[in-house]
Ligand binder design. Structure first.
Ligand SMILES: [Zn+2]
Length: 655
């Protein structure tokens, strides 16, 4: 076996074999990295990943083989890497790095931590743990052909969170429900519909027409009259999907009998009656093309098939009607098999779930005069997938090791952020190193006394949304404790179970929180304290729960690629603190074609921008679809993610 040690200085070789390092994630980048580490001469390696191996990983996560499908990534990666270097000491954890067992003491064992993650939540967390433990962190990410590696050291460089990252992109409810203008809007709607029917209920995921759409400015009485008149059956009441579900007592059997037995009515309701109702909101259609309702009977036995490979063909309308019916039947039986009260979780790799969304989204696209999309296209948008490329991961993993060697040689000052471009820049370089920036004085994570100002309506914001949306999702805390600086030290949120749950549904103003109030939020695991100044406002835009003052507004520059490819969506995952899915494959990546699976979480796509020699490029967040002004580099998208999805990799753009 050949190792790199022959070309390294003796002191460095000694340091490699004695230093303990942590690899977080054993996916696309993680596998390459682990292999590189043992071949370079690292002897004490711990690796953590909570995922198991999926068949779709096998095209690029080369430590895994078909026989390993279903097994722990960390464990199998360890065993495979040991074959390269049996004398290495590798410890594998099949677990989430966000588990409190991995506390600051745990991190202090290492000389160096290397992230090979795919989601922002886990990255934020490891960033904080490494700051708290004062251990150097090498952060990395790839998105298609793009990748980057950077080094984070407390007090010396920017931390992962020094540059504000735009909030995840979401679409206004009325766009999804009333006026979709891009296929992605229809796909989001179809995913909402899936959750409404088979998954977890979420009031934010309503699929029926939004009568409160300010743009419609309609006259309710008049519209109601017209709506009634427009239906043959005047008795059909306008009720939401949820109300309709409720009317069956949420009895899954009744609910689904209705769907199946009166399939025609149901389909009609979604794709015909709801659309006719939308048509009555005539102000919406003054400046845009009005939708065309579908009628099941008229469609019956019309054109069905498309041509080409199954995943790449666009079916006829009736083909999508049949697919819709068939997938509903399959999903209903899946739900029944799971028993009373069960829910299905949408997964793009679950064929009936994917069929359902493909069919429902395409029917809606047709209604709104959009060109229908193949199952492949819908899947990449619905899963926010960006193709993962094995060679990009390999390049990035190699760069991680090179930065690691500098750190172990005590040459932190020579570390760089390195970007891997898709095309050579003006200097004909594919790899572009940039000097590391010093910490940002205003960082809400690594500043000496982190402090932020948040605009909210204290009369409308509940304690639970302070916890979930603001502290967890926006500020990356895992288990926040919050105390009001009111002189009494009132505890608003406790991370101890059962202590403050009663506060959850109360409003901030119920605790005397008003304009100018200060809250102290602590995450004891992260050893992180954040002071929050409350700015009360009644003027937040619709659908905006809060705003962090002084940050770039959540507006991205227009993406360079096709808009629909770049928008990202939140999947309705409540826990969107953890970004997961991510973006889509840009058109130019057709030749790549991996689309896959696990990693989809988290990343993005991008197009590389040439870096001029004068403009220093900063990285952008792979998980968000946007690039901040300082970061002209990749545009990406993001989405909600599954909690603690900490590994993966591949896609993620880092940073
Ligand atoms: Zn920072």
């Amino acid at each position: 076996m050949v190792q790199l040690v022959g070309s390294l200085r003796k002191e460095l070789v000694d340091s490699l074999s004695s230093s303990k390092v942590l690899v977080v994630g054993a996916g696309g980048i993680g596998c390459e990295l682990l292999k590189n580490l043992v071949l370079t001469g690292f002897k004490n390696i711990e690796v953590i990943d909570l995922d198991t191996i999926d068949v779709s990983n096998l095209n690029r996560q080369f430590l895994f083989q078909k026989k390993h499908v279903g097994k722990s990534k960390a464990q199998v990666a360890k065993e495979s890497a040991l074959q390269f270097c049996p004398s290495a000491n590798i410890v594998a954890y099949h677990d989430s790095i966000m588990n409190p067992d991995y506390n600051v003491e745990f991190f202090r064992k290492f000389m160096l931590v290397m992230n090979a993650l795919d989601n922002r939540a886990a990255r934020n967390h490891v960033n904080r743990m490494c700051l708290a433990a004062d251990i150097p962190l090498i952060e990395s990410g790839t998105a298609g052909y793009l990748g980057q590696v950077t080094v984070i050291k407390k007090g010396m460089t920017e931390c992962y969170e020094c540059q504000p990252k735009p909030a995840q992109k979401t679409f206004p409810g009325c766009t999804i429900r009333n006026t979709p203008s891009e296929p992605i809007h229809c796909i989001v709607w179809a995913k909402y519909l899936f959750n409404q029917l088979f998954g977890e209920e979420d009031a934010d995921q309503e699929v029926s027409p939004d009568t409160a759409d300010p743009e419609a400015a309609w006259n309710p009485e008049e519209t109601a009259t017209r709506a009634t008149a427009s239906e043959k059956d005047g008795d059909i009441k306008r009720i939401s999907t949820k109300e309709w579900a409720r009317s069956t007592g949420y009895d899954p059997v009744k609910l689904f009998n209705k769907v199946i037995v009166s399939q025609l009515i149901f389909l009609g309701s979604l794709f015909k009656d709801d659309i006719m109702y939308l048509l009555t909101m005539d102000k919406l259609w003054k400046k845009r093309k009005a939708p065309t309702p579908l009628d099941w009977q008229q469609l019956e036995n019309s054109e069905t098939a498309g041509s080409g490979l199954k995943d790449q063909q666009v079916l006829g309308l009736w083909g999508y009607c049949e697919l819709f019916q068939h997938s509903v039947e399959t999903l209903r039986s899946q739900l029944q098999e799971k028993g009373e009260g069960a829910e299905l979780v949408w997964d793009k790799d679950d064929p009936p779930a994917m069929d359902f969304v493909t069919a429902a989204a395409n029917l809606r696209m047709h209604i709104f005069s959009m060109k229908m999309k193949s199952r492949f296209d819908v899947k990449s948008m619905a899963g926010n997938i960006i193709p993962a490329i094995a060679t990009t991961n390999a390049v990035i993993a190699g760069l991680i090791v090179l930065e690691g060697l500098k750190i172990l040689s005590g040459e932190l000052e020579s570390c760089r952020t390195i970007f891997l471009n898709k095309c050579p820049n003006l200097r004909k370089k594919l790899l572009v190193p940039c000097v590391l920036d010093p910490p940002s004085a205003n960082c809400y994570v690594c500043a000496s006394k982190p402090e932020v100002t948040v605009k909210v309506n204290v009369h409308k914001t509940m304690v639970l949304s302070l916890q979930d949306r603001i502290l967890k999702e926006r500020f990356g805390m895992v288990a926040p404790d919050v105390q009001i600086e009111d002189g009494k030290g009132t505890i608003l949120i406790s991370s101890e179970e059962g202590e403050t749950e009663d506060n959850n549904s109360k409003f901030l103003s119920d605790f005397g929180i008003r304009n100018g109030s200060r809250l102290q939020a602590d995450d004891f695991l992260q050893d992180y304290t954040l002071l929050i100044n409350i700015l009360h406002t009644e003027e937040l835009e619709r659908d905006v729960e809060f705003e962090v003052v002084g940050e770039a507004p959540d507006k991205a520059p227009p993406p360079q690629t096709n808009q629909e490819e770049v928008n990202s969506i939140t999947n309705g995952n409540k826990d969107s603190a953890q970004p997961s899915t991510s973006s889509k494959a840009p058109e130019e990546d057709d030749d790549i074609m991996i689309v896959d699976s696990d990693e989809e979480e988290g990343v993005s796509s991008s197009s590389a921008a040439a870096v001029s020699s004068t403009t220093k490029r900063k990285h952008s967040d792979a998980e968000t679809g946007e690039t901040s002004t300082k970061r002209p580099r990749m545009e990406q998208s993001s989405a909600a993610a599954s909690p603690n999805d900490d590994d993966d990799d591949d896609i993620i753009a880092l940073d």
